[in-house]
Design a protein around this ligand. Structure first.
Ligand SMILES: [Fe+2]
Ligand SMILES: [Fe+2]
Length: 294
């Protein structure tokens, strides 16, 4: 049996520290679990598309996680694919370059115990950027090379909400055309599992033979549109041959913040627009950040 930890959507910021206490609880709880790797499935930041300081802060936070850490970008890190929820923060080359500079690769392959884990940049699907084509070529090669292995795809956004034929554009999931294209590719391999974040809700469903696992957020609760299990936390994933078991870990003291209440019920549209409220950092974190910024 191989255990993996999956964290998602911590939404860290050196200026807007609403969720820093939650991060500390999650980080310390994750460190007490023996695992082959820790995936951080996007939305590391609040304003990552426009802030070097946030990306540097998130990178430093990730360095405090033990073992192999496998991060992926979300819309709060590199921006949305068009049309997006904010036209001022669409994914582009310079935002990708910021991720590369502070975090590293935006896609990865990790083989363990009869499984091939493929992490991809969800924000590229439908972006039309050159890196979208590069990622598709990389994915095709990785899927072709996964023969004999079970495949799990990990990405920030779910492919769809309820079913694969949903056509209405939504900021909640991938668009129809790139989804169809991706699902055709995945069907050519032994794809068992698709793991996503973004909706801040835990869900575990099999749709047309593939298990779709939504990972809860470390930061704030999911919306009432997805009533499955919106409370904050993180997941462990135990891979044991064909059997995959998950558990939600909710450290004592973790707060499932209400985003609408934090944004003062419509007074602020985006968290980044709110007055600064820096997190309470310990001196070791402060020192590491100062060193990183030199
Ligand atoms: Fe998020
Ligand atoms: Fe997101």
């Amino acid at each position: 049996m191989t255990r993996i930890i999956i964290l998602s959507d911590p939404h860290l910021s050196p200026t807007h520290g609403f969720f820093w206490e939650n991060w500390l609880l999650v980080r310390d709880a994750a460190a007490r679990i023996e695992a082959a790797c820790t995936i951080v499935n996007g939305d590391l930041c609040i304003d990552g598309p426009d802030s070097d300081a946030e990306m540097a802060f998130a990178a430093e936070a990730l360095r405090a996680l033990p073992g192999t850490v496998l991060p992926l970008p979300g819309n709060h890190d590199v921006g949305d694919e068009p049309p997006g929820q904010d036209v001022r923060q669409l994914i582009d080359e310079s935002r990708l370059a910021r991720w590369d500079r502070f975090i590293g690769a935006d896609r990865w392959r990790h083989d363990l115990d009869g499984w091939t884990l493929l992490g991809v940049n969800a924000q590229l699907f439908g972006s039309g950027l050159a890196r979208e084509t590069e990622q598709t070529d990389w994915l095709d090669a990785a899927l072709a090379d996964s023969r004999g292995q079970r495949v799990a795809l990990v990405l920030h956004k779910p492919l769809f909400i309820e079913h694969a034929n949903e056509a209405d554009p939504t900021i909640g999931s991938m668009g129809l055309a790139p989804r169809r294209d991706l699902m055709r590719r995945l069907a050519g391999a032994d794809t068992r599992l698709i793991v996503s974040g973004h909706l801040h809700t835990r869900r575990d469903r099999v749709v047309e033979g593939i298990r779709h696992l939504w990972v809860p957020s470390c930061a704030f609760a999911g919306s009432h549109s997805y009533p499955d299990d919106p409370a904050c936390g993180f997941l462990t994933l135990d891979l044991d041959g064909d059997t995959v078991t998950t558990a939600a870990i909710r450290p004592e003291g973790l707060v499932s913040h209400d985003l609408a209440a934090i944004k003062q019920h419509g007074r602020y549209k985006f968290l980044r627009e709110m007055p600064p409220c820096p997190p309470e950092l310990g001196s070791a974190t402060q020192l590491a950040l100062e060193q990183a910024s030199r």
